[in-house]
Design a protein around this ligand. Structure first.
Ligand code: NAD
Ligand code: MG
Length: 391
């Protein structure tokens, strides 16, 4: 029987790659819902091809146009406004939810999908960074809910962990010594600190190995992406901070590794193509074809490894600090980063203003904590306003 899929952020890089995979497995998956922020023509093309029962378009000014175009093309999709985004998994009666919105706007729909007991494929790392504690609580409340990582590093770790892994705090899993996240090092890996003072957003979005949305591309250039991924790993795998390590691996062939107490290291390898982790998450616990290119080991000249340069890329250290401090500080770090990256993309601030603004926010909100989804969303807004003011 076909499984019903809701794709949150279908017009983005992960959303489109998910549809690429789904297109090749029409008997396994049907598209129950798609959501987008404002790219109405792309959403329309997706509706014509995949005929979802529902779409959510957050940009209210384009809804009338979408309804009219769907009618013209004889597509019987119901168009909903942004208010319904949080509940779309329930509304569409989805079995599987691809959480691929960028930023903390993905938190509420991901949280609600967990409460509703859905199988969640998580690309939206920011939701775990901001509200990891609540998402874990929601998953615990509804045993039907599952959270499968899509981020390539976390998919690799998930694949390298034992099948019965719960968390390394669990007595059965003391055998895990370390989780090693690999980082490409981004487009500025070989730049000096002086050269980094003058880098532009156009340079920052040119990632050497991956094609991604602009925000995550800038995050990769500052190494904040790896920082967010350390926090993501903390909430996904329940391991202590002392067991999380970052290694720079510029070729992006090893996507991450798990080191066991006997010295064995299990790594997952593959071409840098998100269709592999997306397919793995979709089909889990089975496997399906992904359309990703296969590795040709005879063509790989070398696989190299290095320590991250924390002085050149202070965002990585800030993320470790946020996780150590805990409470709502990771949510503050995330919100500040989102606003700073948007300002950098608009040429309003420089590359090194990004960590400066994040650090100021973390200091300003130093005791912040949260116990509910409303509280964490309020802190997110406050941190955004604070950084906006500084800019
Ligand atoms: P993207 O910018 O290409 O797409 C983002 C999607 O989110 C779009 O469909 C957009 O319409 C939607 N969106 C943006 N703001 C929204 C809002 N306020 N409300 C509702 N919808 C909104 O981003 P991406 O590269 O596909 O990344 C998506 C997520 O996946 C991010 O969290 C990113 O960190 C994560 N991720 C991406 C990759 C990758 O290769 N692109 C890899 C790993 C993880
Ligand atoms: Mg990643």
């Amino acid at each position: 029987m076909q499984q019903r899929l809701a794709i949150l952020g279908s017009t983005g890089s992960i959303g489109c790659s998910t549809l690429d995979v789904v297109r090749t497995h029409p008997t396994k998956y049907c598209v129950a819902a798609l959501t987008a922020n404002s790219q109405v023509d792309k959403l329309l093309t997706q509706c014509i091809e995949f005929k979802p029962q529902f779409v959510v378009l957050s940009d209210y000014s384009k809804i009338a146009y979408l309804i009219e175009q769907l009618k013209l093309h004889n597509v019987a999709t119901t168009v909903l406004a942004g208010d319904d985004l949080a509940d779309i998994a329930e509304i569409a009666n989805a079995d599987i939810v691809m959480s691929a919105i960028v930023g903390s706007s993905g938190l509420l729909p991901t949280y609600k999908a967990a409460l509703a007991g859905k199988k969640i494929l998580l690309a939206n790392k920011e939701s775990l960074v901001a509200g990891g504690k609540l998402i874990r609580e929601a998953l615990a409340q509804n045993p039907k809910a599952k959270l499968i990582p899509v981020d390539s590093e976390h998919s690799a770790i998930f694949q390298a962990l034992p099948d019965d892994f719960v968390s390394s705090n669990d007595s059965n899993n003391h055998s895990i010594n370390k989780i090693i996240l690999t980082a490409s090092g981004g487009p500025f890996r070989c730049f000096t600190k002086d050269e980094l003072m003058d880098v532009t957003p156009e340079m920052a979005v040119m990632h050497p190995n991956w094609t991604m949305g602009k925000k995550i591309s800038v995050d990769s250039s500052t190494l904040m992406n790896k920082g967010l991924e350390v926090i993501e790993a903390y909430w996904l795998f329940g391991v202590g901070l002392d067991k999380l390590e970052v290694v720079v691996h510029p070729q992006s062939i090893i996507h991450s590794m798990v080191e066991y107490i006997d010295g064995s290291v299990i790594a997952q390898l593959g071409a840098p193509d998100m269709k592999t982790p997306i397919s793995y998450a979709l089909a889990h616990p089975n496997r399906i074809t992904s359309g990703s290119p296969k590795l040709d080991f005879t063509q790989l000249s070398s696989l190299t490894f290095d320590k991250p340069d924390y002085a050149k890329f202070p965002c990585l250290e800030l993320a470790f600090t946020a996780l150590k401090v805990g409470g709502a500080i990771p949510a503050v770090l995330n919100a500040a980063n989102e606003v700073a990256v948007a300002a950098f993309l608009e040429h309003k601030i420089t590359f090194y203003d990004i960590p400066r603004l994040i650090e100021s926010s973390m200091n300003y909100f130093n005791c912040a904590d949260y116990n509910s989804i409303d509280e964490v969303m309020e802190i997110d807004v406050s941190a955004r306003n604070y950084v906006g003011g500084l800019i």
